[in-house]
Design a protein around this ligand. Structure first.
Ligand code: CMC
Length: 380
């Protein structure tokens, strides 16, 4: 009998120097640094530099990266036109996927030989920074468009996280909110061979280009078993309404074998290493916005579900309601995850390119035995 590893569970498929997940010690290291330390001390774009280059930047290196990304921060007219061509009620993940595809098509225009699209190391660093710099404008515009609002320009005096909030809401963000948002961007930036990153690596392994790999990764992230869970958590909160409804709601959900979004993880079985940091940020937002009600619902659902099933929250559980408190539309939550995770995806894409092997696993056939078309005569 062939030993099938359904869902590739437990299969180690390659080396990576980008990050290390250790469920035994409940730790996550980015290039050797514990993610909690990075989230508490670094701006999101310094962590992007670390993930791409292997070391944290000096002040000059960070400034140079910011300077290099400057031309791409504005919403390009072609990208805006592509988003505007979509129905107003299209899912923001579809908008983001389309926008990245348009950026790729524009950047790769004129390349006539498919072998050249993969690009050099330098070109791929530039493409990674291009997407990272462009995504806040795309995601922010997606939310603004649904509210009938025009896009807002990047401000030179604000950092990456503060600009993201500024471009979405058009208001000077409170430092506590910026800090919570920055932490979420750092925590979401990278997580080894998760489904979307692996998708990006599979696409890269065919010698396709970085933009195609990111578009594929966005498709993988959209699913509620992966990134779509942060959106799905909020739908569950809306369904439950208030803490006093948790018990009957959970009784019914479990009786009908529903998956409770924001809980469980393929790798972590005793809790997600990123949750304590994001939960602390969520609690500080609860204080800031004086929303004890949402914390009560959050704590009650967690207590009940963990108590009954022994399955712990993952990062999407605190980040969903945290993004809600910040004012993001529920449908914008997973695009925020894209804007953060594009760093990890592109770091992995470049790592895959540097030591490539086509990813092409095998399958065990379990269809009909060989059979033949009646009357068919083989060519001689
Ligand atoms: N609610 C109810 N039951 C669950 C849940 C959950 N959230 N998670 C796992 N289980 C049960 C599952 O029903 C199964 O029970 P049984 O053995 O009786 O059939 C058992 O636990 C094993 O679950 P599994 O789905 O086979 O395990 P997996 O390793 O394939 O699943 C998971 C990991 C993340 C897909 C799953 O926990 C899940 O569906 N969670 C909800 C969606 C979610 O929050 N996704 C975000 C993942 S982490 C961040 C990210 O990548 O974005």
């Amino acid at each position: 009998m062939t030993d099938i590893k359904k869902g590739l569970a437990g299969v180690v498929v390659d080396y990576t120097a980008v990050s290390k997940v250790n469920p035994e010690t409940n730790s996550l290291l980015y290039r050797g640094y514990p993610v909690q330390e990075l989230a508490a001390t670094q701006p999101a774009d310094a962590v992007a530099y670390l993930l791409w280059n292997g070391e944290l930047p000096t002040a000059e290196q960070l400034e140079a990266q910011r300077e290099d990304g400057r031309p791409w921060r504005a919403l390009a007219p072609e990208v805006k036109a592509a988003i505007d061509a979509l129905p107003l009620d299209s899912h923001p993940m579809d908008e983001v996927r389309t926008a990245v595809s348009v950026i790729g098509a524009l950047d790769l225009a004129g390349i006539e030989n498919v072998l050249d699209a993969v690009g050099t190391v330098e070109q791929n660093r530039e493409r990674s920074l291009h997407l990272y710099a462009a995504l806040p404008a795309i995601v922010a515009y997606g939310q603004r468009r649904r509210h009938g609002l025009e896009p807002i320009e990047w401000r030179e005096d604000l950092d990456y996280a503060a600009n993201f909030l500024w471009m979405t809401f058009g208001e000077e963000p409170d430092p506590l909110v910026v800090d919570a948002f920055n932490r979420s961007l750092v925590l979401y930036a990278e997580h080894s061979f998760n489904a979307s990153t692996f998708t990006a690596r599979v696409i890269t392994s065919t010698l396709s280009d970085l933009y195609s790999a990111v578009v594929g990764a966005i498709g993988a992230l959209k699913g509620p078993l992966h990134g779509g869970a942060n959106e799905a958590v909020m739908h569950i909160f809306d369904e439950i309404g208030e803490a006093s409804n948790v018990v009957p709601w959970l009784d019914e959900a479990l009786a009908s074998k529903r998956k409770i979004m924001g809980f469980g993880h393929r790798v972590y079985k005793r809790g997600d290493s990123r949750v304590p940091t994001m939960q602390a940020a969520f609690y500080s937002l609860v204080e800031h916005y004086d929303r004890a009600d949402i914390r009560e619902l959050y704590d009650t659902l967690e207590g009940e579900f963990v108590g009954r099933k022994g399955i712990y929250p993952n990062l999407d559980y605190p980040s969903g309601p945290a993004y809600n408190l910040m004012g993001f539309d529920t449908l914008t939550f997973t695009p925020l995850f894209v804007a953060a995770r594009v760093v990890g995806w592109t770091a992995h894409i470049m790592e895959q390119m540097a030591a490539n092997a086509l990813i092409r696993p095998l399958s065990e056939y379990n269809g009909p035995d060989e059979r033949h078309i009646e009357g068919y005569v083989a060519d001689t």
